[in-house]
Write a protein that binds this ligand. Sequence first.
Ligand SMILES: NC(=O)c1ccc[n+]([C@@H]2O[C@H](COP(=O)([O-])OP(=O)(O)OC[C@H]3O[C@@H](n4cnc5c(N)ncnc54)[C@H](OP(=O)(O)O)[C@@H]3O)[C@@H](O)[C@H]2O)c1
Length: 239
Amino acid sequence: MQDLQNKVVVVIGGTSGIGLAVVQAASEMGATVYAAGRSSENIEKAKLQCADQVNFRLADTHDDASLLALFAEAGEIDYLVSAATGAERTIAPFTEQTEEQFAAAFQKFWGYTKVVRNGESFVKATGSITLVTGTPARKYKPGMSSLSCTGGAVEAFIKALSVEIAPKRINGVSPGLINTAMWDVMGEEKQQKLADMTAHIPMARAGQAAEVAHGVIFAMTNTYTTGTIVDVEGGTLLT
Ligand SMILES: NC(=O)c1ccc[n+]([C@@H]2O[C@H](COP(=O)([O-])OP(=O)(O)OC[C@H]3O[C@@H](n4cnc5c(N)ncnc54)[C@H](OP(=O)(O)O)[C@@H]3O)[C@@H](O)[C@H]2O)c1
């Protein structure tokens, strides 16, 4: 197991799903971990799944002051991660969406730019930033244009920033369909629907948050990886 003793890790969107799995992994590896989200309810649930020493804080990717307060408290950050969803998305053909619906998906992108704008100066020269994106950036399906365009913007942002902030590193991790609370809107049929949606991919199942966290730990700690998107998607991009 990798040793993250004496490392400071900050995870925005660290109270559920992929971000929470990163918090758990980094904490088990000995890091000092700050985990943030918008709701106290999610924080209370996450606390039950983490070691006592994880520092949970309220922060919103759309609120500069809350991000700045979090980063200032964390101090010198080794690894800054954002896995926040941060947007309402509309799944529908482009021409059937209003401009407002389409634009709303980009709130994830704008949230990530706020995380980087407020957080970059706190990241050590030897450290890194990792942003969680998703397969729609490079896998195009009808009805998913707002997600694809947002994901494309996030990936371009990562690459553009990598040449500006070096020697600090910035990478993306791109999950396929992952079994998290993001899909709870499916209700009681969630497990069956996730199985149906992934039956055709090489791994023939939805991924687990811990599998994506494994990719995040690689992206954030590998000292020769920057401007890269690590795909953790069970072969989705091949189908
Ligand atoms: N699950 C998938 O199939 C999948 C696939 C591709 C990409 N992704 C991406 O992976 C990332 C993590 O998704 P997930 O599946 O782990 O979702 P999740 O289980 O719903 O967790 C989302 C986390 O983000 C936090 N959050 C949401 N909006 C926020 C904001 N504006 N500011 C701060 N925190 C915020 C949530 O807490 P609060 O609500 O309390 O703020 C929660 O901690 C997202 O960027 C998602 O788009 C997921």
